[in-house]
Structure formats: structure tokens, C-alpha cells
Write a new protein. Structure first.
Length: 223
């Protein structure tokens, strides 16, 4: 990872191109990502100091069934990076304890049949091409390439590490995405990103940066 690369996630990760920023639908959503020198252990636990000090993205917006209010379920995102990996932790709080809705433990499970957390990354900041990563509440991975603004090719399977840990009142997804796994535009410090959560028990899909209900949360136009 280039030494000059510092991440500022705005409904994406940040770039100094003022004109491009002005074109963003959700340009006010920014998450600054700070570099860590700490050894990160991917286990679904918030033990590392990097997680304690990271900026938090929360206050998600409901996408379904209605896109006019904030989410009822609380989700908190933290991110950091080092010379090799981009790290993410998603704390998926529950309104009340209960069983998770899990249909499959296979990779690239059916989105609508599993409680899940997925994020969409635009490392070119071109609103066109990117990557998606995530997992369901049982830990099955989801990954793919995004093209044409948000269509997903789930045949793209690559090497990255993740863990999900279940608690009484929440489940936590933690992952390390190697920079060598993805392509990105060099010389920029802002990338597009959005986070999506599906809670089937609450019949709710939500996203950090708001997405109109008629569009998939994978739409890079809303990163």
C-alpha cells in the first residue's frame, strides 16, 4: 500500500478531487480511516486499540420497507488499515435476542434469505467499478466484483479473512481485505463506500448512506 495513501471514507473512502466530490449524491457521508501499526487478530472481538480509537459510521438509513427514516436496528462500522490490509468491523446490534435467519452456509449465499452485513467498495471512485465483501450472521462469506455501477459478479472469489462472533444482543463481523486482492486507482486518498445490513426478523434492509428503495444497496451512485 503506498505510503501516501490515507483513507477518508465518504459514503466512500476520500479523494482530493473537488469536482468529483461535488458529483457525489451522498458526499456528506465521510468516514476517516486511520492507519494502524498494531497486529490485528481477526476474531470478531473488539480487543485491539485500533478499534477503540477508530471513527464510527452509524445511524443507518432504512432502505426497505420504507426509505424515509433511520433504521430501527443499530449498526456501527469501524475501519483501519496497514501496509497490507484494509480492516473492517461491523457491530450488528439486535432489537431483541433471538435466532438468526440463516438459509445457507455456502459462499455467496442468497442475499434475501440470510441476516447479513455487506459493504460495497469503489476504489476507483468512478461510480462504476468496485468490489463487494461481507458475511451472513453465521459467518458464510460473500464477495464479488461490481461493474456498470452496481451489478455484482459473484463468480469472483478471492482470498481474504473474516470472522463472525455471535453475542446475546449483537453479532460482530470482522475482516481483513488484502490490498493485493483488489485493484485501485493510485494517487488518490478517497474511495467510495457504502454499508448494507439485512435483518430479516425486523423485515428491514438499511444502509449507512441513504439509498432509494427502488435501487439496490450495491448501487455505486450512492457511495
Amino acid at each position: 500500500m503506498p505510503r501516501h495513501f490515507q483513507l477518508l471514507l465518504t459514503a466512500f473512502l476520500i479523494f482530493p478531487a473537488l469536482l468529483l466530490n461535488a458529483q457525489k449524491k451522498n458526499k456528506r457521508f465521510e468516514l476517516h480511516i486511520h492507519k494502524t501499526t498494531e497486529s490485528m487478530h481477526i476474531d470478531g472481538e473488539m480487543n485491539e486499540t485500533a478499534w477503540q480509537t477508530a471513527d464510527v459510521a452509524g445511524n443507518f438509513h432504512m432502505v426497505l420497507p420504507m426509505d424515509t427514516s433511520h433504521s430501527r436496528v443499530n449498526t456501527e462500522i469501524r475501519m483501519t488499515y496497514d501496509g497490507q490490509n484494509l480492516y473492517i468491523m461491523a457491530v450488528c446490534h439486535l432489537i431483541k435476542p433471538g435466532p438468526y435467519r440463516i438459509e445457507s452456509l455456502r459462499r455467496d449465499f442468497t442475499f434475501g434469505k440470510n441476516d447479513n452485513f455487506i459493504f460495497f467498495l469503489d476504489p476507483f471512485n468512478d461510480l462504476t467499478n468496485g468490489y463487494t465483501f461481507g458475511a451472513n450472521a453465521a459467518g458464510a462469506q460473500w464477495d464479488g466484483m461490481l461493474f456498470e455501477g452496481g451489478k455484482a459478479d459473484l463468480n469472483w472469489d478471492n482470498k481474504w479473512v473474516s470472522a463472525v462472533k455471535n453475542y446475546t444482543d449483537k453479532w460482530i463481523f470482522e475482516a481483513a481485505i488484502p490490498f493485493k486482492t483488489i485493484r485501485y486507482k493510485k494517487g488518490i486518498s478517497e474511495w467510495g463506500i457504502n454499508f448494507s445490513r439485512l435483518d430479516i426478523t425486523q423485515a428491514e434492509k438499511s444502509a449507512w448512506a441513504p439509498v432509494p428503495r427502488q435501487f439496490p444497496t450495491a448501487s455505486l451512485a450512492y457511495t
